[in-house]
Design a protein around this ligand. Structure first.
Ligand SMILES: [Zn+2]
Length: 321
């Protein structure tokens, strides 16, 4: 029997069910929820619960929360809302794109020890364990700081067996650099997913990622629109998924929205900036159900394939298949 760490303890992988593989329950900066919860808004827990309960009703069983420590990860809150909503939450260890000024001198091995401890023993003095490791690089490629974290994540993976998710910038094919470093570290690429791939329509690049053995994180749905960097429309993103299915990669596709139920960033943008930055997603965690899956059906994708992508693939990813 294989299990994955959730914020409420180990879960049999056969019970992962329908999973959102890259989303954000609560995103902020490190310590905000603990020290300045006012910045999340007085009703932030209610808003999280409303989103999770709606997700549960739609048939979503599990959410991979992509908030690392520096993105405001709050495992006690995650455990509370998981219990109240009935949605399994798999939290992550690792780091997002920037290291703060006073952490620049630590080594990959030192970070690996921290991340491995969060997978094996627990986080913030609790027994809540991370189920996945995350590293990030964006446009501009793998920076020196990113490389320290990426190697730290790779080594923590080798130590613990926990899988890896990589925030990546698909239009510049940054995954190529990240994968090269993981290969140097001896990581089994079947345990890795490269995220945010719908930011490109370059099927050749995405197919290359799959051919390396990696899972395909098709998780910016409908995506964040930062002109002129990201231009792929919501429909274009679904068409890329369809093209990957047609090309024989259905078994590697993992879906998510990369959307936030609560976020100190998105919740506080002036309306004009919000409209500029985000494609219209009126459905939050239900966008895949309300837009993506109907669109895939319209394009001729069968229920069997859809079920395989949403249910079988997450289980296979966590089982290392
Ligand atoms: Zn994300």
């Amino acid at each position: 029997m294989k299990t994955v760490n959730t914020v409420l303890g180990p879960l049999e992988t056969t019970k992962i069910g329908f999973a959102l593989m890259h989303d954000h329950v609560l995103g902020a900066s490190a310590g905000i929820a603990q020290v300045y919860p006012e910045l999340l808004g007085a009703d932030y827990k209610e808003r999280i619960l409303k989103g999770l309960i709606a997700a549960k009703h739609a048939g979503i069983n599990t959410v991979v929360d992509a908030d690392t420590f520096d993105l405001g990860r709050s495992v006690k809150i995650l455990a509370e809302v998981s219990k109240l909503s009935g949605v399994n939450i798999i939290c992550c260890s690792g780091w997002y794109v920037q290291l703060p000024p006073f952490l620049g001198s630590f080594t990959a091995d030192q970070f690996a020890q921290l991340f491995a401890r969060e997978v094996r023993e627990g986080i913030e003095g609790t027994d809540i364990k991370a189920g996945i490791l995350k590293s990030a690089s964006d446009f501009g490629g793998v920076t020196p700081d990113n490389e320290v974290i990426l190697r730290g994540v790779a080594r923590a993976h080798v130590m613990t067996g926990a899988p890896i998710m990589l925030h990546s910038y698909a239009p510049d094919q940054i995954g190529r650099q990240q994968i090269a470093i993981l290969k140097e570290e001896g990581v089994n690429l079947k345990r890795v997913k490269i995220d945010h791939l719908p930011d490109t329509t370059d099927i050749e690049y995405i197919a290359w990622v799959a051919e390396q053995g990696c899972y395909l994180g098709m998780d910016r749905l409908p995506g964040i629109h930062v002109p002129p960097l990201v231009r792929v429309s919501p429909e274009g993103r679904v068409r890329t998924i369809k093209a990957l299915i047609d090309a024989g990669y259905a078994s590697r596709i993992l879906l998510g929205h990369d959307t936030f139920l609560v976020s100190t960033f998105f919740d506080n943008l002036p309306e004009v900036a919000k409209n500029k930055l985000a494609w219209d997603n009126p459905y939050g965690f239900l966008y895949i159900h309300k837009y993506v899956l109907p669109k895939l059906r319209e394009l001729g994708v069968s229920e069997k394939v859809i079920n395989g992508i949403c249910v079988d693939n997450p289980r296979n990813f966590f089982e290392g298949n």
